[in-house]
Design a protein around this ligand. Structure first.
Ligand code: NAD
Length: 424
C-alpha cells in the first residue's frame, strides 16, 4: 500500500488503530489492493446536530450525533448506538469497521455500523434521555430501517432507549416496525437471552481458552473492568461456572475481595446507589489498578484504549478476554504476545451481542420466538465454532488470535465484494 492516504474527517486515534489492524491483516493475507483500499473507508457517514431542551425548560443545548455505515455489501448494516462524552466521528467510524469484521467472522448477513450522541448519560433525567433519543432517531430516520441499518444498545444505552427508537421510527412510518432495532424488551419483540448475550459469548470464549490452555475455570480468579451490561453478565456467568470474581469496577473505580465478591449483594448495592463506591467490606482500586490485579482471567468490559504500552508489561492475567471494543492498543498487543498472555480479541469475544441481535431480527421477521434455552444453545454453538475456527487458523498461520480473527472476517468480505463486482 502506498503511504499517501489523505487525512479524512474521521481520522482519530481509534480509527488509526482499526486501520493499523486492517492493514496488518491485509498485508499478511495478501489482500487485493483495490479491496483493501475500499475497506479502509466508511461507505456512509452522517453527522447531525439537534436542539435538546433540558427539564428546566429554559436551557436548550445543541447536541451532535453520528451514524456511520462501514460496508453495505453484506446486507443491512448493524451496530450499536452509544451515548458518551467522547463520542466523535473518528470513534464511531472505527467501531463501525470492527462491526463489519465481527459480523463477517460470525457469518451474519450484515455489514458494520455504529452511531452515537456526544453526551454524558449520567447527567440526564429519564425524560431528557427520552427526548434526546427521539430527536436523534428523527434526525437519522432516513438511513436506518429493518432492511437498511439496525441499531442496538451500546455504552450508555439500553433496552428502554431501543424502545424509544422503535416507537419514534414506527410513529413516523405509520405502522409498528419492531425490526428497526434489536436489544428491545421482550414485550416489544425482543429476544430472550439478548440482555446477557454479550457476556455469555465472552464466557463461551473464556471456557474455550481455558480448555486450550488446560487452565481450570473452577476457582479461577476473574477480574472485570466495567460492571455494566456486558461486564455484569460476564461476571455472573463466570461465577455460575465456578470461577471466583475477585474485582469489578465502574466509571468511578473498582472493588476487590480476594475471596470472591458476593455479586447478588453488589447488584443490590448498584441498584440502590448506582455506583460501586462505598460497597462495604471490600478494598477499593482505581480503573488503572484493577487491570494489574493478579488473576487468571481479565475481562475489560468498559471503554477503549485501556491496555497500552504503558501498562501491558504489568498485566498479571493468563487470559485477556475483550468484552469492550478496542481496549488494547497495537503496541500492547505485541507486548502481551511476547509475555504469552492469551488474548481473545474483541471481534470474537464480544460477538455474542450481535449474534443474538441477529437471532432477534430473525425471530421478529418470522414472528416465531424461541425459548431462552434455544437462544443460549445456538449462541454457544456459534461462539464455539467461531473460536475453534479462529484458533485453528491462528495455530496454522502461527499468528495471534486477533490477526486470525481479522483475516477470517476480512476474507469473507473480500469474497462477497468480488462476487458483487464494482458498480457501474
Ligand atoms: P454499559 O454502559 O452498560 O456499561 C459500561 C460500564 O463501564 C459501566 O459500569 C460504566 O460505569 C463503566 N465505565 C464507563 N466509563 C468507564 C471508564 N472510563 N473506566 C472504567 N469503567 C467505565 O455498556 P455496555 O453495553 O456494557 O458496553 C461496554 C463495552 O462493551 C463497550 O466497549 C461496548 O462497545 C462493548 N460491547 C457492548 C455490547 C452490548 O451488547 N451491549 C456488545 C459488544 C460490545
Amino acid at each position: 500500500m502506498s503511504g499517501s492516504t489523505p487525512v479524512y474527517e474521521w481520522d482519530s486515534s481509534m480509527y488509526r488503530l482499526a486501520l493499523a489492524q486492517l492493514d496488518a491483516a491485509a498485508l499478511r493475507m495478501g489482500l487485493d489492493e483495490n479491496v483493501w483500499e475500499r475497506l479502509r473507508h466508511p461507505q456512509r457517514a452522517q453527522i447531525v446536530s439537534f436542539p435538546f431542551r433540558r427539564d428546566d425548560y429554559k436551557t436548550v443545548d445543541t447536541l451532535v450525533g453520528y451514524r456511520v455505515q462501514h460496508l453495505l455489501t453484506m446486507g443491512p448494516t448493524k451496530g450499536g448506538i452509544r451515548y458518551a462524552l467522547d463520542v466523535n466521528l473518528g470513534e464511531v467510524t472505527a467501531l463501525a469497521m470492527w462491526m463489519t469484521w465481527k459480523c463477517a467472522l460470525m457469518n451474519l448477513p450484515f455489514g458494520g455500523a455504529k452511531g452515537g450522541v456526544c453526551i454524558d448519560p449520567g447527567t440526564l433525567s429519564k425524560s431528557e434521555l427520552q427526548r434526546i433519543t427521539r430527536r436523534f432517531t428523527s434526525e437519522i430516520i432516513e438511513v436506518i430501517g429493518p432492511d437498511r441499518d439496525i441499531p442496538a444498545p451500546d455504552l450508555g444505552t439500553d433496552e428502554q432507549v431501543m424502545s424509544w427508537i422503535m416507537d419514534t421510527y414506527s410513529q413516523q412510518k405509520g405502522h409498528t416496525v419492531p425490526g428497526v432495532v434489536t436489544g428491545k424488551p421482550i414485550e416489544l419483540g425482543g429476544s430472550l437471552g439478548r440482555l446477557e448475550a454479550t457476556g455469555r459469548g465472552v464466557l463461551a470464549c473464556v471456557v474455550e481458552a481455558c480448555r486450550h490452555l488446560s487452565l481450570p475455570l473452577e476457582g479461577a480468579r476473574v477480574v472485570v473492568q466495567g460492571y455494566g451490561n456486558v461486564g455484569a453478565a460476564a461476571a455472573r456467568i463466570a461465577k455460575s461456572l465456578g470461577a471466583r470474581v475477585v474485582a469489578v469496577s465502574d466509571a468511578k473505580g473498582g472493588i476487590v475481595d480476594t475471596n470472591g465478591l458476593d455479586l447478588a449483594k453488589v447488584d443490590a448495592w448498584v441498584r440502590e446507589h448506582r455506583f460501586l463506591t462505598g460497597f462495604p467490606g471490600v478494598d477499593e482500586v482505581t480503573n488503572a489498578e484493577i487491570l494489574e490485579l493478579p488473576c487468571e482471567v481479565l475481562i475489560p468490559a468498559a471503554v477503549q484504549n485501556q491496555i497500552t504500552e504503558r501498562n501491558a508489561g504489568r498485566l498479571a492475567c493468563r487470559v485477556l478476554a475483550e468484552g469492550a471494543n478496542g481496549p488494547t492498543s497495537l503496541e500492547a498487543d505485541a507486548i502481551l504476545d511476547e509475555r504469552g498472555i492469551f488474548v481473545v480479541p474483541d471481534i470474537l469475544a464480544n460477538a455474542g451481542g450481535v449474534t443474538v441481535s441477529y437471532f432477534e431480527w430473525v425471530q421478529g421477521l418470522q414472528q416465531f420466538f424461541w425459548t431462552e434455552e434455544e437462544v443460549n444453545s445456538r449462541l454457544i454453538n456459534l461462539m464455539q465454532r467461531a473460536f475453534r475456527d479462529v484458533l485453528a487458523f491462528a495455530t496454522n498461520q502461527k499468528s495471534n488470535l486477533r490477526t486470525a480473527a481479522l483475516i477470517r472476517g476480512i476474507d469473507r468480505v473480500k469474497e462477497a465484494k468480488r462476487r458483487r463486482g464494482v458498480f457501474p
